[in-house]
Design a protein around this ligand. Structure first.
Ligand code: SF4
Length: 504
């Protein structure tokens, strides 16, 4: 079976700053696919169209939304006189022709975000026109998180799609096996498919445990990723933990008690393999929190030291002593992103974060003093938080700020136990997905609160010359690749570079 994996993430095309990195999800999907078939090709459009745009042969932002709709509703690309549309199709066709050895039997479309759905539909339709026999499968985090949306709607609307997969990575192998052997799809977990021309949902339970795979980048176009950064460096994504041992009430991981970590010896094997596949020593780890405990992390640090890699990861702002911070640094740790969330103890307690403001300050200080770049996540719009309580917490941020290099700020989104049992936390919610009502505040009032807090935080960080990226407002995001490069001597510190270089 010839299999094509299409990464249809288009985030890099919508702004000018973010540079596409090797995607972990595609690497893991590729690993599963290769266990079923030796003939797998990968086309990551996020990077290929980024390069096409750089060369001036493709202009995504000029594409009109109406074009997508017309074409998906049955129109032909040739029925429109717009030159750029031909350019778009030509670019895609050239890419397909140059990356696909032969017309695939199955094409897996990985759709990470809602904003990628139109482009993915368009490409899928185009591929089906090129080869009417190809089986088109849609899957990815967009469908996992949007069960309401994905209930067969796509299959009912678009005949060129054959399967919508809503389960976990563990469900991909049985799906590919069924497609390759031509067997009945009824036994594949968590998929929508057509049975006797009727859209049906398979009633088989999704596999409970998602295997922690080593991503496989051996058939990726590594040179594309390398060529987009002036340094020629690339970052390799990898994770060796699944789930989280902590129970923060607002986080979805608090509901699953499954925490799993690969053994250090297995991690060593994976990292060795990835180094040889990519010829890179730079890793961005995507664990939920790397500092589970000192005794837990030290054997991994020994592996990283032995392999002489450089790495970044996420961490909890607690339990990193000066000596552990030193060990982290010596093992090649370049940066850590801390899930601080808030500098108000009341907010932290509501979210069951389990640490104190003093833990945050001492951890950030120890890590920063060891020469590791420190980034923190902040959340605003937490239930019961007001503009006044947020402003009151600024005196705590002031204490930690000398040890913070960069900030990511996110709007509060309820999940986990707080969403399941809101009354336990004294929180009232109604249709949280659409923010109809939280904590007695209706949508308009909530929007006004978010806006007020956004402005407060923005002005606070500008006045303190610290770069803060607002996920809900900013179109560009800081690219981790720059962490791994020598600091431009023009800047006294990474913090100064970030503030002066990135949009605030
Ligand atoms: S917020 Fe972070 S530390 Fe807390 S449960 Fe979620 S992943 Fe774990």
């Amino acid at each position: 079976m010839d299999l094509l994996i299409v990464g249809a993430g288009f985030s890099s095309l919508r702004n000018n700053v973010e540079v596409p990195l090797l995607p972990l999800f595609l690497g893991e999907l590729n690993s599963v696919a290769k266990s079923i078939s030796p003939d797998v090709s990968v086309l990551d459009l996020n990077v290929e169209l980024y390069l096409a745009r750089k060369k001036g042969i493709f202009n995504y932002s000029a594409l009109k939304k109406s074009f997508f709709k017309d074409y998906l509703a049955g129109g032909s690309p040739n029925s429109t006189p717009e030159k750029l549309i031909f350019t778009y199709f030509d670019s895609i066709k050239v890419l397909f022709n140059s990356y696909i050895k032969q017309v695939p039997n199955v094409a897996l479309f990985s759709v990470p975000y809602s904003c990628d759905i139109n482009s993915s539909l368009l490409l899928a339709k185009l591929l089906k026109e090129l080869n009417p026999d190809v089986k088109i499968v849609f899957g990815g985090t967009f469908f996992n998180d949007n069960i309401k949306f994905s209930k067969g709607v796509l299959l009912e609307k678009y005949s060129f799609i054959d399967v919508v997969a809503t389960g976990s990575m563990g469900d991909v192998a049985p799906l590919l096996f069924a497609l390759s052997s031509g067997s009945n799809l009824t036994s594949v977990p968590s998929i929508y498919f057509r049975k006797n021309n009727v859209v049906t949902f398979s009633d088989i339970q999704s596999s409970k445990k998602t295997p922690l795979l080593c991503p496989d980048f051996s058939n990726f176009n590594i040179d594309s990723y390398r060529s987009i950064h002036p340094s020629g460096e690339i970052l390799i994504p990898y994770r060796f933990m699944d789930g989280c041992p902590h129970n923060c009430s607002f986080c979805r991981f608090c509901l699953s008690q499954d925490f799993f970590a690969k053994k250090p010896a297995d991690v060593k094997k994976d990292l060795d393999l990835l180094k040889s596949q990519t010829n890179s020593n730079n890793f961005y780890f995507l664990n939920n929190t790397v500092n589970v405990s000192e005794s837990f992390i030290v054997p991994y640090l020994d592996v990283f030291s032995e392999l002489k890699i450089r790495w970044s990861d996420s961490a909890r702002p607690e339990k990193i002593s000066p000596s552990l911070a030193e060990k982290l640094k010596l093992s090649g740790c370049v940066s850590l992103t801390f899930g601080v969330e808030s500098f108000s103890q009341k907010d932290l307690d509501l979210m069951d974060k389990g640490f104190k403001i003093s833990d945050i300050v001492s951890t950030l200080k120890n890590v920063h003093d060891a020469g590791i770049i420190t980034k923190i996540n902040l959340i605003y719009g937490i239930p019961f938080q007001s503009a006044k309580s947020l402003s009151d917490s600024f005196s705590n941020i002031d204490i930690a700020l000398p040890f913070i290099d960069l900030v990511y700020a996110f709007r509060f989104y309820i999940s986990g136990d707080m969403n399941k049992n809101p009354s336990k936390y004294g929180v009232k919610i109604k249709d949280i997905c659409y923010f109809e009502e939280v904590d007695g505040r209706l949508r308009d009032e909530l929007e006004a609160c978010f806006e007020e807090m956004y402005l407060l935080l923005k002005n606070y960080f500008i006045s303190r010359k610290t770069y803060c990226y607002f996920s809900y407002k900013d179109t560009s995001i800081f690219n981790d690749l720059d962490l791994f490069l020598p600091l431009n001597p023009k800047f006294a510190s990474f913090k100064e570079w970030a503030f002066l270089t990135l949009k605030s």
